[in-house]
Write a protein that binds this ligand. Sequence first.
Ligand SMILES: C[S@@+](CC[C@H](N)C(=O)[O-])C[C@H]1O[C@@H](n2cnc3c(N)ncnc32)[C@H](O)[C@@H]1O
Length: 268
Amino acid sequence: MSGSGPGGTAGMDESVAHNARVWNYWLGGKDYYAVDRAVGDHVTSVYPAIREVARADRAFLGRAVRYLAGEAGVRQFLDIGTGLPTADNTHEIAQRVAPESRIVYVDNDPLVLTHARALLTSSPEGATDYLHADVRDPDAILRAAAETLDFTRPVAIMMLGVLNFVPDTGRARSAVRRLLDAVPSGSHLAVTHPTLELGGEANAEAMRFWNENATPPITARTRDEVARFFGGTELLEPGIVSCALWRPDPGTGAPAEVAQFGAVGRKP
Ligand SMILES: C[S@@+](CC[C@H](N)C(=O)[O-])C[C@H]1O[C@@H](n2cnc3c(N)ncnc32)[C@H](O)[C@@H]1O
């Protein structure tokens, strides 16, 4: 819709910028309203690196899913905080490696729900499903995801850029814990999370502006706080780093650090 409003989205809130839509704007997508572009542009003027953060986060998704479906042999993915469909969604990356991969997407944004059809284009050998649900309600997610995923076999829990929208750290941690408790040995947790330890004052100012003008409110976390999400897992090399520096593709040159941690842990 190129900022003129997505078609067929009656009841959508066009008066307040929403994260899923602004993220889509920063990624060069078409699914955002004028208010999303205005807030997105202001954030970019305060903190120009934000577009690089969004791109590096998506690139991390690609590398992490390729590793998980490839070397780690995982065939099931629970992608919470999916975002609006874009190029190379989780199922497309995973099913390129292993067509039988099964993927359940979860988001609580109404616009993502209206675009979910684009996420349901599974290979014939695999499966995809979409749940309109809140990360703060892991039991509801697990119940509904069990229709597509077999929780006796390893699952990769993808939580990219979403725990930062759960302001209560204890609640975020217990949601992750509940999900990890529900999956067997050999399952993985992948997280990206913004941090002021890498972002500095301009990033802090952009987040303050976001929290006064957009929804849902965002919370940055320290490396130690992000590390605690991985309790009970073994962090894969190189640990918790800027997501741009997590196993960069060979031959792509030295990547520039962005203010978003990325890490993958394995449940032993
Ligand atoms: C920054 S985007 C990240 C999208 C995608 N995971 C990526 O890395 O490109 C965060 C997504 O989380 C979703 N989200 C925010 N709060 C949520 C919640 N409480 N429950 C489920 N999804 C949520 C937003 O709607 C948005 O689509």
